[in-house]
Design a protein around this ligand. Structure first.
Ligand code: MG
Length: 443
């Protein structure tokens, strides 16, 4: 059985005249709400939010907690609509609760707005929630550093809050509870005055959660106290012997849930609390039903399959182009047939298929340049036929050039039978290349 020890504190600060923060700390359910809205609106909004959350959290489930936040939103919207003096009010809400997750204890965390939940584990402080504010959006987009965001003049402009719209998107997480872990839930009046290093140092230094909470309030006031300050510190004092080291790979913190019918609300916590819209893109999260503990969804799987198919098709096309044809070229002193494209295609080099009997010096001059750059042929058979043609041409040229001068010379100088030489002397082109040449030279 998971058990907690906790302490909480809230303070108006040194500038504001009223405390519009609200805090809820009962066994197993902890929440901070930071209200906004002129007159008494902020105070009412945060109060309605935490009281509705408490009454609506009727079972130990993350879905139930998310639904309770939705009901808190409806309650704030309804109250603002019913009382003209409360028009435009809204509130943040950040909460954690002990829930059952598949038969094991888990800490469910929900958040709307810019109140925060931190986890101090093994001395290291981590902000679990994401702020729904203009500066946090700019920080996520890389347009501001964390240090710049902390002092930005528009850091109080929210992009999500309860009470603005009938539908609100709720971020949620599940965390494995481990003995020794310490949680801090707080409003912006704390972290705008006390930076993360000082928060962590105080949480590490003071063992008693109540004493640590009061010290954080003191530090915020010491730094200026320009806003209401609220914090809850929750220690995990029993985790039923769960040991994260015994189960390597277990995800300690898992984002879960939350998709509303129409997306997130937008609000401005400027003085007067008028709602305004900024350009933060809607982030769609998974429904709570299946509670995936991994970000690998079917959409990602589909994308991976499509990507692999496209890459495969591209590789196949290159391979086909690089290997489907042949060409004839010189290979040293011989003419050879290669498979592929002259010079290769990307990573595919041409492959030697055969070295032909045609030598380089037997290639007719007219074909020499073609073969030099690689004479392409669609098939191996056609490449072989091309080489055979060149061999034939060479054979013909050899016969012709040897016969013609021999015939002419013989006819003018040797005393042979003119009848035997008649065809060659009168029509050299009609000489049969296959006919024996040697007898003509017989002295
Ligand atoms: Mg505040």
């Amino acid at each position: 059985m998971t058990r907690f020890a906790w302490g909480d504190a809230t303070d108006t600060g040194r500038v504001r005249s009223a405390n519009e923060d609200a805090v809820l700390a009962v066994d197993g359910l902890f929440a901070v709400a930071d209200g906004m809205g002129g007159h008494r609106g902020g105070e009412v909004a945060s109060g309605v939010a935490v009281s509705t959350l408490r009454s609506a959290f009727t079972a130990a489930g993350t879905d139930v907690l998310v639904q309770a936040v939705q009901e808190a939103n409806h309650a704030v919207v309804a109250q603002a609509g019913a009382d003209h003096g409360l028009e435009g009010m809204g509130t943040t809400l950040c909460a954690m609760a002990l829930v059952d997750s598949g038969g094991s204890d888990a800490i469910a965390v929900v958040n709307v707005g810019d109140s925060r939940l931190y986890l101090l584990s093994e001395g290291e402080l981590t902000q679990i929630t994401e702020d729904h504010s203009l500066v946090a959006t700019m920080e996520r987009q890389g347009r501001l550093t964390r240090a710049e965001a902390a002092v930005h003049p528009q850091r109080n402009i929210l992009t999500r809050a309860l009470g603005i719209d009938k539908a609100v998107m709720v971020d949620s997480w599940e965390i494995v509870p481990i003995v020794g872990d310490r949680y801090l839930i707080c409003s912006d009046g704390l972290f705008n005055e006390v930076d993360d290093n000082r928060l962590a140092a105080t949480l590490r230094r003071l063992a008693d959660p109540g004493e640590a909470a009061r010290e954080l309030i003191r530090l915020a006031n010491e730094s200026g106290g320009r806003d209401n300050i609220t914090c809850i510190i929750v220690d995990v004092v029993d985790d039923s012997g769960r040991d994260p080291a015994a189960a390597p790979g277990v995800t300690r913190v898992s984002p879960v849930v939350a998709l509303t019918p129409s997306g997130e609300s937008v609000a401005a916590r400027a003085v007067g609390g008028d709602a305004s819209v900024d350009g933060e893109p809607r982030r769609r999260r998974r429904r709570g039903g299946d509670r995936p503990h991994s970000r690998f969804t079917w959409r990602v799987a589909l994308f991976v399959v499509a990507f692999v198919a496209i890459i495969g098709a591209a590789v196949g096309a290159v391979y086909w182009t690089g290997t489907s044809t042949y060409y004839v070229t010189f290979d040293g002193q011989q003419v050879a047939i290669y498979q592929g494209k002259p010079g290769g295609v990307l990573w595919i080099s041409p492959e030697l298929v055969e070295v032909t009997p045609l030598s380089a010096d037997q290639v007719p001059a007219a074909a020499r340049l073609d073969i030099q750059v690689g004479r392409e042929q669609p098939t191996l058979a056609e490449a072989q036929r091309y080489v055979e043609n060149l061999l034939d041409q060479f054979a013909m040229s050899t016969t012709t050039t040897t016969t013609r001068p021999a015939t002419t010379t013989t006819a003018s100088t040797l005393p042979v039978d003119p009848a035997a030489l008649a065809p060659a002397a009168t029509d050299p082109g009609a000489v049969d290349p296959g006919a024996p040449v040697a007898p003509v030279f017989t002295p």
